[in-house]
Write a protein that binds this ligand. Structure first.
Ligand code: 5GP
Length: 205
């Protein structure tokens, strides 16, 4: 079957309150669509549980992070839950210019910076069905201390206000539906003619 040649890779920018299941959904997408890449962010927060440097995040000191920010090495960056998080501009540009689609898991402040910059971005917000369900999930996850959970919940109330600035809203009730919704968005966006230069093995005849 002829393939559609994309002009450039696309940025899929995913935000959600902490605990809404964003990482799980992104991991499921990467498994099913191996051509997709996940952007590994830089952060000043300490690794949690089994997290690995270079895979989950690049864990750096505050000095190093601020030095990189000062040199404009981040496509976007923000302070979230008292730590800094940022996306490498160089890595993203390399992937997009190679035609690779990239999933970014970033907070709404960072996403809004990208919305102004990324002509090609697709913005997806994920929420739990209710605030109480979010609280339950954070407690059940067991990776955060009590004060960190409270901070994440407070933040969630602010983050949810941004949902209408995104292109899509997925409500994650932990059924298969949320994954199907995410797949549907990805697949539909890939079919948009605006992002396709040619149909290989057809236009060259
Ligand atoms: P966590 O500490 O739970 O891994 O992430 C906390 C928050 O930081 C999440 O909302 C996550 O989306 C966000 N985050 C992770 N990487 C980045 C990044 O590179 N930039 C921004 N702006 N937020 C990020």
């Amino acid at each position: 079957m002829p393939s559609r040649k994309p002009k450039r890779g696309r940025l899929f920018v995913v935000s959600a309150p902490s605990g809404a299941g964003k990482s799980t959904l992104c991991a499921m997408m990467l498994k099913k669509y191996p051509e997709l890449r996940y952007s590994v962010s830089y952060t000043t927060r300490a690794p949690r549980g089994t997290e690995k440097d270079g895979a989950d995040y690049f864990f750096v000191s505050e000095d190093k992070f601020l030095d990189m920010a000062g040199k404009n090495e981040f496509l976007e960056w923000a302070e979230v839950h008292g730590n800094y998080y940022g996306t490498s501009a160089k890595v993203i540009e390399e992937m997009l210019s190679a035609g690779t689609d990239v999933f970014l898991d970033i907070d709404p402040k960072g996403a809004m910076q990208l919305k102004k910059k990324a002509e090609n971005g697709v913005f997806i917000f994920i929420s739990t069905p209710s605030f109480d369900i979010l609280r339950e999930r954070l407690i059940k996850r067991g990776t955060d201390k009590h004060d960190s959970i409270e901070r994440r919940l407070l933040n969630a109330r602010e983050e949810i206000k941004y949902f209408a600035d995104y292109d899509y809203l997925i409500i994650n009730d932990e059924s298969d539906e949320a994954f199907h919704d995410m797949e549907a968005i990805y697949r539909a966006e890939k079919l948009k003619t605006a992002h396709i230069t040619e149909i290989s093995d057809f236009m060259s005849i």
